[in-house]
Design a binder for this molecule. Structure first.
Ligand SMILES: C[C@@H]1N[C@@H](c2cn(-c3ccccc3)nn2)[C@H](O)[C@@H]1O
Length: 446
């Protein structure tokens, strides 16, 4: 039974316009978290904050005004937008999501609606503009991250209980609208907005306002891409409205986690945003716990693309504007693999085949070309492939090793073993399957 909703999802199913088709094809993205939090880098008065470094302002040890005075220390003398964009290009990313304002309220662009911006820091200059230009001219699309929750703005409220709250939050809503329209006006090359900090009751109660603001932004920038985290429906439902329909153009629920199977994504577009350590987005001096390797991240990328999503890897630049060594090394390692195998990632989608232990299938959008992204070679060296009935493998070849082709052994109806020739493999590799519909000929009955 469908509930009548004014402020729920406004479209059901995937957007089919060019802008969204391009977004769907990205495969690999980069997240950049940079701001005042990069200066303390998870440490305050010699003590380690045990949360995520970009949340250090929320630590009871940190007086808000002292944190805010970090603005007078923000002076990334070694910042060079071109070098960040060149690193991303070499890594093979097709889009970048950049923090314009995180929860602390500090703006990396010279907003005219607050003094808490780069304009009043020793650095003085706009950060967002040069980044948009440097990435965009390399053909890397830019998405602007924006936190609704703003710990600096005195009109921010976690909930609205009193008349005073309501008056203050109305001012806050106008401030938010002003900043968003300002961002879209200053940076017309931006292809979308990645919203965060929208889970508190104060914002969840703004279904009508947020819906009309989303409509206003889309009207201002046709093709604009906005995720499911921006707004709630009039019953307070987030991401999926009271009828179970996703709000926004893609699901933003996969933060530091990856769906297991195709039914987990409900036929929607989605992105997974991922940290290199367990849970640090802004630069943190100390990375505790497990630090993901290139091969782990490549497997996450393959898994996301095989399930119709994009994989967005986070970088937390240092306060001086340089990237940390571990991240530069990962960008290089991922880039080297992408140099050989990116055709299995770009324009990839769910192949609809039976998942096998050896890895992930990716289908090239609009073709019957299927890629086998192999991460786990069985001791038998035989990769099992089960195709829909009356579909046959017409050709198999190794994307990485020119001239290396395989003759699959048919072991049952549309069921094959591909016998690998090598015994050991140092890196994940990709086989290309070309399939043919062989419903025409009789085919042996097993
Ligand atoms: C993309 C990531 N989202 C921010 C975040 C959100 N949350 C969070 C934590 C608990 C409940 C709701 C949201 N923790 N961190 C992180 O700071 C980073 O920006």
């Amino acid at each position: 039974k469908t509930i009548a909703l004014q402020h729920g999802a406004h479209g059901v199913g995937r957007r089919r316009d060019a802008a969204m088709e391009k977004w769907r094809a990205y495969g690999l993205g980069q997240f950049v978290h940079w701001g005042l939090y990069s200066i303390p880098a998870g440490e305050w008065n010699g003590k380690q904050y045990n949360g995520a470094a970009e949340w250090i302002k929320s630590w009871k040890e940190v007086p808000a005004t002292t944190y805010d005075s970090l603005m007078y220390q923000f002076n990334p003398t070694k910042f060079n937008a071109e070098s960040w964009a060149a690193t991303a290009k070499q890594m093979g990313v097709k889009y970048v999501t950049i923090t314009t304002k995180h929860h602390d309220g500090f703006c990396l662009w010279p907003s005219k609606y607050t003094n808490f911006t780069v304009a009043n820091s020793p650095y003085k200059k706009d950060i967002i503009g040069p980044l948009v230009k440097a990435y965009d001219r390399r053909g890397i699309d830019v998405i602007l991250y924006f936190s609704i929750m703003d710990w600096h703005n005195p009109d921010w409220r976690y909930d609205i209980k009193t008349r005073e709250d309501s008056v203050a939050f109305d001012r806050f809503k106008q401030f938010t609208r002003n900043q968003l329209l300002e961002l879209l006006t200053l940076y017309p090359a931006a292809k979308g907005l990645w919203f965060d900090g929208t889970w508190d009751k104060s914002w969840v109660k703004q279904a009508a306002f947020a819906d009309s603001l989303e409509k206003e932004m889309r009207a201002m920038r046709p093709g604009l891409i906005i995720g499911s985290r921006f707004r709630a429906d009039e019953y307070g439902k987030r991401h999926f409205d009271s009828n179970g329909n996703m709000m926004g153009d893609y699901e933003q629920g996969w933060e530091r986690k990856i769906p297991e199977k195709i039914t987990d994504v409900h036929g929607n577009d989605w992105d997974c945003v991922m940290t290199v350590p367990e849970n640090q987005w802004g630069y943190s001096k100390i990375w505790k716990g497990h630090i993901k390797t290139t091969d782990e991240l490549l497997e996450m990328l393959a898994k996301c693309v095989s399930l119709d999503g994009n994989f967005v890897l986070n970088f937390g630049p240092k306060p001086d504007g340089t990237l940390r060594t571990e991240e530069l090394d990962l960008a290089k390692g991922i880039g080297a693999w992408m140099d050989t195998n990116s055709e299995a990632i770009y324009n990839g989608e769910y192949a609809g085949l039976v998942k096998q232990d050896w890895g992930y299938y990716v289908k090239k959008t609009g073709t019957n070309k299927i890629y086998m992204l192999v991460f786990n070679v069985p001791v038998s060296g035989a990769l099992n492939v089960v195709l829909p009935s009356r579909t046959a493998i017409s050709k198999v070849y190794d994307l990485g090793g020119p001239g290396l082709s395989y003759v699959p052994e048919e072991i049952g109806t549309s069921t094959y073993f591909i016998h690998l020739k090598q015994q050991t493999f140092k890196r994940p590799f990709v086989l290309v399957l070309e399939t043919a519909d062989n419903s025409k000929n009789s085919g042996a009955q097993y």
